[in-house]
Write a new protein. Structure first.
Length: 881
């Protein structure tokens, strides 16, 4: 049943804690059946107001004892409730509280707090997991210095790690040993971490620019050391980059990364001891695709960058989550752009934003980048907070310029180091360095919803003026019926018939620089003077704002931009818009039973681009990949029939394949030389593989047996996971006769490598065929699958629900029913995992009537379940509202 009784936490209710906890000494006695935790807290009243009741947070804890200044407290000096421990009348001044709790990490299936993964002990505390270890003021604005002692069996857990620097270790006799870690930097409890287990370490070191020697280690399960080398390499490059680009140096003598196989998300930035989902650590040619390598690099960088943006400067409260997450995503995006290809990275990031954030912003779960209320904070680690949060910072940089932005960052680091800060404090730094009023800009933090910018244009030959009329509107979102205009930086070029950008003699109607104008009103007319010819407008270059653009550019203009725009992002955008228009039209034709007709514009433009030597292979591969089914559904936006979309998309792709088959064959041929040669994960090599595999997919769409034979041959010859998985996926998704054989061979070879099993599961779960649901159900019984492991669940159930629109949204409702029931089952053991899966229902109202009522039925059935977690009830309640 829905738990309506939970009242939301509101930003407007924020007030500092009555007490500070300046120091905490933790002592862990780690044993197989139970763990005892002794916490000694140095508590002092803030502002000298002593004597008020001290209310500490707790969750599923067994309290053993409480002592105040060394005296064990009698039962009437404190109250234990489900989620708190209250010391009714503490002394007026500072005091020491000693709390002993008993935990059962082996029974902790929520993977929050202290739990076990593959025989090791590990922790996850963000956002509110520390209260599952001991009673504490578990909130980010309570900063404490931690000293951690842990003791465990020396054989079972030879490796004992926590935050900070190792200060002592030794033998306790009786087969047990201990270690003491000291973290000199005050930190909030969510950054606490502990790991104890039998792990292999890959070691290296880094010397910071001011000469600090830092010991680096990446800990993995025994036998996986060679798979951690790329993570280590990424870490060293991240450390250097943050010094070079943001002037940020590392601040401890040790930096450890630990990979664990049971983890609810990607990774966690605990101070000096990052804990990772092994998916973002382990990589070698045999098990990781190029996409996996890029993922390892960016997540390693992201967590490392948190050391300054998140750890040294943390968040005052969880409403400020984007302060650390949006900013750190921005920083990791910039890192990857510098390490790889900037335009390719930008396109990849925008694809993620559009596929994850736009549907969130346009549906029942929409919330501002800085939310102002929540019921369950774990449900706010969203694409809006992360990805839109990063876009807001990117816009800020565009708006105030690189120089003022860089000075603003430095000011922020200087001014707020050691503090728990707010978004207002962050933005104030940039207002100061740019001398600009950023109050309207703050709407990006406060207002949910994706603004829609509509563009109309007019050229007047006689006066040689060109006008752009731009209007913006942000649709209503839950709790925000009407919106104010946003500050929207439009990076632009006016492309002349020769392909060069034209230079107007004067621009009026908006604040403007040579290549950016700023919209800040509901409607504006920008006038460009001195233009004798009508230019083709290239707006929102490099995707300069997270908006939807409605601009009726002709097909000729799009083709012209694909071939001529100086901005690579907009060349890709033009290709995407052109193919999108064709597929949307075909979807409507499919719906009404008409035959499809495609014009040749896209295929011809693509053919020309593929022939160009000026474009790199990774970029060509992006040009080739048309929008996906979920992108098309988003464009159509209502009354969605996923089958019609699938039919139209396939027909369009087959049409392109038929027009360009010889070129595609040549691209596959050119790429085949790389199979069997030495593997390098660098961006250029990855780009070549992406191009060959994109071409191969088109060839296989023809359904010709020669294409399947070629694909199967590549599958067998592949010496790296990128080519192997690409071929496997083509065989399986295109229904090749070799599909089952290839799946069996793949499984035979990799069934003992869980991360590769994930690829095998996801490949099968995403087949657009009616048998897939039964297949998914059958795969849950495979020995390599487990409902207890988040990676397995996301690969099988998550992929089915979010990447297989025709089968998840089967017209008979069985896909919805199965996923909803499975969410209910998972919720009993791991609520965070369950509520993440539930998000795949967020666009249920945009289906056509039949599917919509089936989806609602499945959601209502879940809602009627006996006991639901706060995580799941929160999402359900908002999804159905
Ligand atoms: N800060 C963590 C995410 C924690 C999620 C808690 N539900 C990873 C990251 O963003 O770097
Ligand atoms: Zn983060």
């Amino acid at each position: 049943m829905l738990n309506d009784t939970v009242a939301p936490i509101r930003l407007s209710d924020y007030r500092p804690s009555d007490y500070a906890i300046d120091r905490i000494a933790l002592d862990f006695d780690l044993r197989a059946d139970e763990t005892l935790v002794r916490a000694e807290l140095a508590v002092s009243p803030r502002d000298g107001i002593g004597g008020k009741p001290l209310v500490l947070d707790g969750d599923e804890l067994t309290l053993v004892s409480v002592a105040l200044d060394g005296e064990v407290l009698g039962a009437n000096s404190y109250q234990v409730q489900d989620t708190s421990l209250t010391i009714s009348s503490p002394p007026q001044g500072a005091f020491t509280l000693t709390i002993v709790t008993r935990l059962d990490p082996a029974a902790n299936t929520k993977l929050m707090g202290l739990y076990r993964s593959s025989g090791a002990w590990c922790t996850q505390c963000e956002a509110e997991g520390f209260r599952r270890i001991t009673y504490f003021l578990d909130r980010p604005d309570v900063l404490s210095v931690y000293r951690v002692r842990m003791e465990a069996d020396a054989k079972e857990a030879p490796v004992l790690l926590s935050n900070g620097n190792l200060v002592e270790s030794g033998d306790c006799g009786n087969g047990r040993h201990f270690a003491v870690w000291d973290d000199p930097w005050p930190k909030p409890s969510y950054l606490f971490a502990l790991v104890a287990g039998d792990l292999e370490a890959v070691k290296d070191s880094f010397t910071t620019k001011s000469g600090r020697h830092v010991d680096l280690a990446v800990y993995v399960e025994h036998g996986n050391g060679s798979k951690a080398l790329y993570a280590m390499d990424s870490l060293k490059r991240s450390m250097k980059w943050d010094e070079d680009v943001f002037g940020r140096e590392y601040d401890l003598d040790v930096f450890n990364v630990v990979a664990v196989s049971d983890f609810n998300m990607g990774a966690m930035e605990n101070k000096g001891l990052n804990i990772f989902n092994d998916k973002y650590v382990l990589a070698d040619a045999d098990i990781a695709t190029d996409g996996d390598y890029a993922g390892v690099e960016s997540v390693i960088a992201h967590e490392y960058f948190h050391n300054w943006t998140g750890n040294r400067i943390t968040c005052r409260d969880w409403f400020q989550l984007c302060l650390k997450e949006g900013l750190t995503v921005f920083r990791d995006q910039e890192f990857s752009a510098d390490e790889r290809s900037r335009p390719v990275k930008r396109i990849a990031d925008v694809k993620v934003l559009r596929s994850h954030q736009f549907p969130e912003d346009g549906g029942p779960l929409a919330h501002p980048v800085r939310p102002n209320q929540y019921k369950e904070i774990n449900n706010f680690y969203t694409a809006t907070v992360y990805e839109k949060g990063a876009e807001v910072i990117r816009m800020l940089k565009t708006l105030i310029g690189d120089d003022a932005f860089a000075r603003g960052m430095t000011l922020y680091f200087d001014r707020h180091d050691g503090q728990a800060a707010t978004i207002e404090e962050f933005v104030a730094c940039f207002a100061e360095t740019s001398a600009r009023d950023l109050s309207q800009f703050m709407n990006w933090y406060f207002q949910a919803g994706t603004p829609v910018v509509t563009v109309a244009e007019r050229h007047d030959e006689a006066s040689q003026t060109y006008e752009l009329v731009l209007s913006q509107e942000t649709p209503p979102t839950p709790g925000q019926p009407s919106k104010l205009p946003q500050v929207i930086p439009v990076r632009f070029g006016l492309v002349g018939s020769t392909g060069n950008d034209l230079r107007p003699s004067r621009i009026s109607g908006a604040e403007t620089s040579a290549d950016v104008f700023i919209l800040d009103k509901a409607q504006q007319t920008i006038v460009f003077e001195g233009l004798s010819e009508r230019p083709v407008p290239s707006l929102f270059r490099a995707f300069s704002a997270p908006v939807k653009v409605r601009h009726a550019l002709s097909s000729d203009d799009q083709v012209f931009l694909i071939g001529n725009d100086a901005d690579p992002f907009n060349r890709w955008q033009a290709a995407t818009s052109l193919s999108m228009a064709a597929i949307v039209k075909a979807t409507h034709q499919a719906r009404s039973g008409q035959p499809f007709s495609f014009d040749t514009a896209f295929a011809e433009a693509l053919g020309a681009a593929l022939d160009s030597d000026a474009l790199d292979p990774a970029f060509k591969a992006l040009l080739m990949s048309p929008p996906g089914e979920n992108d098309i559904a988003r464009e159509i936006s209502e009354n969605i029939d996923p089958d019609a979309i699938h039919t139209a998309l396939m027909a369009f792709r087959r049409f392109v394949a038929s027009r360009l088959a010889p070129r595609f064959a040549r691209l596959v041929q050119d790429g085949t030389g790389d199979i069997g040669s030495g593997f390098s994960p660098d961006a250029a090599s990855a780009g070549k593989r992406a191009l060959a595999n994109a071409a191969l997919d088109y060839l296989a769409l023809t359904g010709e047996s020669s294409a399947f034979d070629l694909t199967y041959a590549r599958f067998q010859a592949a010496t790296n996971m990128t080519d192997r998985l690409a071929a496997l996926s083509i065989l399986v998704h295109r229904g090749a006769p070799q599909a089952d054989e290839a799946l069996a061979a793949f499984y035979a070879r990799f069934s003992s490598v869980p991360l590769v099993v994930d690829k095998w599961l996801a490949t099968q779960a995403t087949v657009a065929k009616a048998q897939t649901l039964d297949k998914v159900i059958a795969l849950t019984a495979d020995p390599a699958f487990s409902f207890g492991n988040p990676n397995r669940v996301r690969s099988l159930i998550g992929s089915f629900a979010s990447l297989n629109p025709t089968q998840f949204a089967r017209a008979d409702g069985k896909g919805f029913d199965y996923v909803a029931q499975t969410i209910g089952r998972i919720d009993d053991s791991n609520p965070q995992l369950a509520s993440r899966l539930l998000v795949s229902f967020r666009s249920w109202r945009s289906y056509e009537q039949g599917r919509r009522s089936k989806a609602e039925k499945a959601l209502r059935a879940l809602q009627a379940k006996e006991k639901l977690s706060r995580d799941v009830s929160d999402i359900l309640e908002r999804t159905l509202a």
